[in-house]
Design a protein around this ligand. Structure first.
Ligand SMILES: [Zn+2]
Length: 434
């Protein structure tokens, strides 16, 4: 089961997928009676691996906590003190060694990470991804603004932000893994000086390395850009040269149509983080409007702003929040004025964002099981005979059409239902011998 387009579900019964030694898919088709190395039977549902486009790796130890404060207070009170701990590389290695396999086990075959400002901790994260076999983009966080970052957790200045970002690119590339790549990562405008934002854009031009940052995440961040730059966050980032082909802009809940036009024209994409936005975004990102404007949208957990780290759960959150955007949330407002028309997305579009959308944004050959792409895939076990009481995923073959089963998987599957995971043809979860 897969979603080649954002409004199209493709289901192939009894498909045989042939994978080369290089991890690339050679063929997908029906081959009655052909010998296979692994038979998934009727209850193993093969799907593309999930692409999480926004993760703060150092925040893993605070998942599920600290959701009582607005973004700007949450950062300084809870989050930055935790991130500062990663100058302790033993601690960093211990956390990475737990985080990366945990995400793989929940089906996240590609992860886009913010690390901390620490150079070596960032390289250790890239190495952990390579060792555990996760496809990943790793960004050493740059932040140098004297007011937007505490003196105990920031770069010494703009020159240091650029120099250390460049050094991190060199170190991550030197690992030599085909799975792991660096990212240039200005945290967001409030924590970076103009000189750092300019210098990091120049670094992207010089190295060809893609950029990730946050954009118009909350009322505060959105308003901050107008106060400091006199324009929207998107326009300001574009002027600095940071909105370009392949840039990953996280959240974007407050962007308007002009901002979406800029993103579409520049080829930048959005990491949509629906659950995190419910706590920190002050609004629902208009995913359908962005897609209709030609912007590529991927899905993100925003660990740990979002406490649900499995991306199938985020698919459900994306559907739910889009429904709330469409219907509106305040019953005291008349129904006709309560919501935003034509905003809802369904499970097919949500799964597309979690797979092909993210892959398109990152320009990587995953997100779909077809010849020429990498075999990054998951198997969801829906066998009625081995149903798990710790999951609500149930397949009733008498009443569930394949389309209905797809919806059930997207909305109800738990990580424990994901039986096997492969990245680039290498199995990283499940039994290796059968
Ligand atoms: Zn974030």
């Amino acid at each position: 089961m897969q979603t080649p387009d954002r409004d199209r579900l493709e289901i192939i019964d009894d498909a045989v997928v042939r994978v080369g030694d290089d991890g690339l898919i050679m063929s997908v088709g029906i081959e009655p009676g052909a010998p296979v190395d692994l038979d998934l039977g009727t209850s193993g549902i093969l799907m593309p691996g999930l692409v999480d486009t926004h993760i703060h790796a150092p925040q893993w130890p605070q998942v599920g906590t600290g959701l009582d404060l607005p973004l700007e207070d949450w950062l300084f009170q809870y989050t930055l003190p935790l991130e500062a701990r990663y100058s302790d590389h033993r601690w960093a290695a211990e956390v990475w060694d737990d985080l990366v396999p945990s995400l793989l086990a929940s089906g996240t075959t590609t992860a886009v990470y913010y690390s901390s400002i620490d150079l070596q901790a960032s390289s250790l994260l890239a190495r952990a991804c390579a060792d555990h076999g996760q496809r990943a983009f790793v960004g050493r966080v740059a932040m140098d603004h004297p007011e937007g970052a505490p003196e105990w957790y920031r770069d010494a200045g703009a020159a240091d932000s650029v120099r250390l970002s460049h050094e991190s690119i060199t170190q991550i590339q030197a690992i030599g893994s085909s799975l792991v790549r660096p990212l240039i990562t200005p945290r967001f405008a409030p924590s970076c000086t103009d000189a750092a934002l300019e210098g990091l854009a120049e670094l992207a031009t010089a190295t060809g390395v893609r950029i990730q940052t946050h954009c118009s995440e909350s009322d505060w961040e959105h308003g901050y850009a107008f106060d400091r730059f006199g324009v929207s966050d998107t326009v300001a980032l574009e002027r600095f040269g940071l909105v370009r082909s392949g840039t990953v802009l996280a959240h974007c809940g407050h962007v308007d149509d002009d901002d979406l036009t800029i993103m579409s024209r520049r080829g930048a994409g959005v990491a949509h983080c629906p659950l995190s936005n419910a706590y920190f975004g002050d609004a629902v990102f208009p995913a359908k409007r962005a897609l209709n404007a030609g912007v590529t949208v991927g899905l993100g957990s925003d660990l740990a702003g979002g406490f649900g780290t499995d991306l199938l759960g985020q698919c459900g959150a994306a559907v739910t929040s889009s429904r709330m955007l469409m219907s509106g949330v305040d019953p005291a407002t008349a129904r006709a004025n309560r919501g935003v028309a034509d905003s809802s997305i369904d499970a097919v579009t949500a799964f597309w964002m979690a797979t092909r959308g993210g892959a398109t944004m990152l320009d990587i050959p995953v997100g779909l099981l077809e010849p020429g792409r990498s075999f990054d895939a998951i198997v969801v076990d829906v066998n009625p005979a081995t149903r798990r009481l710790d999951s609500s995923l149930r397949w009733w073959p008498e009443v569930d059409s394949p389309e209905r089963l797809f919806e059930k998987i997207v909305r109800t599957a738990a990580s424990t239902d994901i039986e096997r995971v492969w990245v680039a043809g290498r199995q990283v979860k499940g039994t290796l011998t059968d």
